[in-house]
Design a protein around this ligand. Structure first.
Ligand code: ZN
Ligand code: ZN
Ligand code: FE
Length: 759
């Protein structure tokens, strides 16, 4: 008889780990116990050597699919002669670490339950187990127990109760456990709320109808993705002109039919997180309006049993777009849905399980073989990111693609994507969620961290919280976010390329080379400033930046000459912008990288006005000729004593204008432009070489989600001996900003509390 103590840390709570250990112990004739404590899972195992070895092997080779084992320790222990194996109730005492599990996609076993006719859960849309089902979206309070979820109103029937209490059942302690007898029910109704019985969901969809479907974290608007009329109608109804729609494919074979899928991408699609994965499109037979101007498609697989009901033999691909109108938040409450989706949806698929926490679908893209998360929400939130130990803070993020971040010890909890805070409904959700999460995680922030931008609603709100406030520069936060994401606390060069960030000099920064860490930063280089004519208006109308750049380098005459043959730009509009530039009226200065992309995109006639953020750059990336070989355009680095290096693009513009006049295709110019930006970055890094403490280069900011750019840039940097750090756990765009703020703020607040002085 031998005994071992096994300690396991990582994501091992709320993911069915204890029942898994229990049944393994059972199978291998192991006695002893298992318990959860604030650190993770601890097991005391007794048995013959052979049995213990088999038990341990099974433990680490086939753990529950949503668990992540980060650390394990196997220690010798004295056998105490246990007669059975038991699950010991969670140990109180000390501070209980309350980890809330994210929502988990339908697991293979539950898939079998709902697709096999003889099972009592056949076609039951709310089937789940400890390995899958709703979590975060139904939680109203902690600790996570059924009475504190929106399942509280559904008492379990005797059969469900039996499963719930049987440690050998995979529904042991599955809080949302339910069946057709006792659980929530769906209801199909028409626009007037009248229930409908004589038609199936796929029949309605095949006829071209649009359905509002209440899902896991909110409503979706759904239609047959191959039906041109339905897709067009969806665009009109949603008042969404160009932004690509995400789709849900019936299964992985269907994804492969329409898109190119690598094994890594297939794995992501099929993961418990089940995000939207952006894939290159194969077939051009799909309606153009599905994703105009791009060659990619955002695809996900059915992640709840309810989604399975939407598909049929013929119906294989559905538009699955957020149930909302233009920029409003995702709708998740029934009343709002019936009211606001009235004009968008022909039918509603409702159910009586309340969604408590709104959560959008997460969006992921694989770049250079590495996962880049574009939008972090369902499936990932509220799992923490590991950070160096610090005090508890609330970091408020930015106003675009906003998230906030709460820290506790070595954990940083980012909120789900909350959308843009200039929308009042988003703002309301954001502040509500921030309060809720403090309660869920029992975090009492000692300081509040906000962006430097005086107009940000997130800043204003943060400053009202009656706590010490620390303001952090936008791109410094991006740098820190990338460092924290890579678990790198040392000083490094950050190459931050994005759209808009308020600078310490009051200008709008955006292509920044910052040397720094969590304590501070130095601005070593940036893109040369140009005026942003009309301020925010220039973000919506990329051609304004074209005029600004041309005016900067070639003067008024140059602008007229360059735009002479450009049909996409109206002469009157150009004249107004020139006037504005000459008077310097509402023309803040910017070094924005996003605006540089905009300016080139508009000059090439690709996109002169945007319908969604980043459209001009995205469409230019899509258009760029990926087979392009050669060198980029010229550019210059200038430096006056002691001030940052300036990257001047005058020569690049000259080159582009020359090639346009020679009739060179936009595809080539777009590709050459991407190459030029990569060369600017590498050349600048080299120019700064002597000032750098290491070869690490942190790449962050929304522009670093440009697949083409990153795929050119990363090998170039490596070739010159640099070690690029890319985002992985949080977005490179402003969705990841709050993490950077949190680690900077945690540091500064520490300084405040230890020295008694302000930082
Ligand atoms: Zn399951
Ligand atoms: Zn039941
Ligand atoms: Fe940013």
């Amino acid at each position: 008889m031998e005994a071992k103590r096994i300690e396991i840390k990582g994501v091992v709570q709320g993911v069915g780990f204890r029942p898994f250990v229990y049944s393994n112990a059972h199978n291998n004739n192991i006695k002893g116990w298992v318990l959860n404590n604030s650190q993770g899972v601890i097991i005391h195992a007794e048995g013959s050597k052979k049995n213990i070895d088999a038990f341990i092997f099974a433990l680490f080779n086939n753990p529950p699919r949503s668990s992540i084992i980060k650390e394990k320790a196997i220690l010798e222990e004295k056998a105490e002669g246990y007669q059975e194996f038991t699950i010991v109730e969670s140990r109180g005492g000390g501070e209980q670490e309350v980890l809330i599990s994210p929502d988990l996609a339908l697991c293979p076993k539950c898939y079998e339950d709902v697709t096999r006719g003889e099972n009592r859960r056949y076609k039951y849309p709310f089937t789940n187990c400890t390995n899958c089902g709703p979590r975060f979206t139904i939680i109203k309070g902690v600790p996570y127990d059924r009475p504190k979820t929106t399942m509280a109103g559904f008492p379990m029937c005797s059969m469900c109760e039996e499963e719930y209490h049987n440690p050998l059942n995979r529904r042991f302690h599955a809080q949302p456990n339910a069946c057709p007898e006792c659980g929530p029910q769906i209801k199909l109704c028409d626009g007037k709320g009248k229930a409908i019985f004589d038609v199936t969901l796929p029949e309605l969809l095949l006829k071209g109808h649009i359905l509002a479907v209440k899902g896991l974290g909110g409503y979706h608007l759904v239609c047959d993705a191959k039906n041109v009329q339905a897709v067009n109608r969806m665009r009109q109804n949603k008042k969404r002109e160009a932004k690509p729609f995400a789709v849900m494919a019936k299964n992985i074979e269907i994804v492969q039919k329409y898109c190119y899928v690598t094994s890594k991408e297939a794995e992501l699609l099929d993961s418990p997180q089940a995000p939207i994965v952006i894939l290159p499109r194969k077939s051009h037979k799909l309606p153009l309006s599905l994703a105009p101007g791009v060659e990619t498609l955002g695809v996900m697989l059915p992640y709840t049993p309810l989604h399975l009901l939407l598909f049929s033999g013929e119906l294989e691909l559905l538009v699955m777009t957020s149930g909302n109108i233009s920029n409003n938040p995702l709708i998740y409450q029934d009343g709002t849905a019936l009211l606001e989706l009235h004009d968008s949806a022909d039918y509603y698929l409702l159910h009586n399980r309340e969604i408590y926490n709104r959560c959008d679908d997460s969006v992921i893209r694989v770049i250079n073989g590495q996962t880049q998360i574009y939008r972090r929400a369902r499936g990932y939130v509220p799992l923490p990111v590991e950070i160096p130990e610090q005090i508890a803070v609330l970091a408020c993020g930015g106003d675009l693609k906003s998230t906030f971040c709460l820290t506790k010890g070595t954990k940083a909890f980012l909120s789900q994507h909350m959308g843009d805070l200039d929308n009042y409904n988003n703002y309301k959700e954001y502040t509500l969620t921030a309060e809720r999460m403090q309660e869920y995680l029992s975090i009492k922030p000692q300081a509040v961290i906000v962006d430097l931008h005086p107009e940000y609603n997130s800043q204003k709100w943060g400053c009202e919280l009656k706590k010490p406030v620390i303001k952090v520069q936008h791109h410094h936060a991006h740098l820190a976010s990338c460092l924290a994401d890579n678990n790198h606390a040392e000083k490094a060069l950050g190459v931050i390329c994005d759209g808009t960030g308020y600078g310490t000099d009051g200008n709008i920064w955006g292509m920044e080379f910052l040397l720094g860490d969590f304590n501070g930063f130095e601005r070593l280089a940036h893109l040369e400033y140009v005026p942003l004519p009309g301020g925010e208006a220039a973000v919506k109308e990329p051609f304004r930046m074209t005029v600004s750049y041309l005016y900067q380098y070639f003067g008024q005459a140059g602008v007229w000459q360059a735009t002479e043959n450009l049909q996409s730009l109206k002469k009157e509009e150009i004249a107004i912008i020139i006037q504005q530039l000459e008077a310097g009226f509402n023309c803040p200065l910017t070094s924005s990288c996003g605006r540089l992309f905009d300016a080139v995109s508009a000059l090439l006639g690709i996109c002169t006005k945007v319908n969604y953020e980043g459209q001009a750059a995205i469409e230019m990336e899509e258009l760029a000729d990926r087979s392009f070989q050669g060198k980029g355009y010229d550019f210059e680095l200038e430096q006056k004593e002691l001030s940052p290096i300036l990257i001047s693009t005058g020569r690049m513009w000259k080159g582009i204008l020359k090639e346009i006049s020679q009739g060179i295709k936009e595809e080539k110019i777009a590709a050459k432009f991407h190459l030029t930006v990569a060369e600017m970055i590498v050349t600048t890094c080299q120019a700064l070489e002597n000032l750098l403490p290491s070869r690490k280069v942190a790449l962050s900011g929304g522009v670093m989600q440009n697949k083409l750019l990153v795929e050119i840039l990363v090998p170039m940097l490596k070739e010159k001996g640099f070690e690029p750090l890319l985002h992985n756990q949080v977005p490179a765009n402003d969705g990841g900003l709050s993490l950077g703020q949190a680690v900077i703020g945690g540091r500064l607040a520490n300084v405040c509390s230890s020295s008694g002085k302000g930082a």
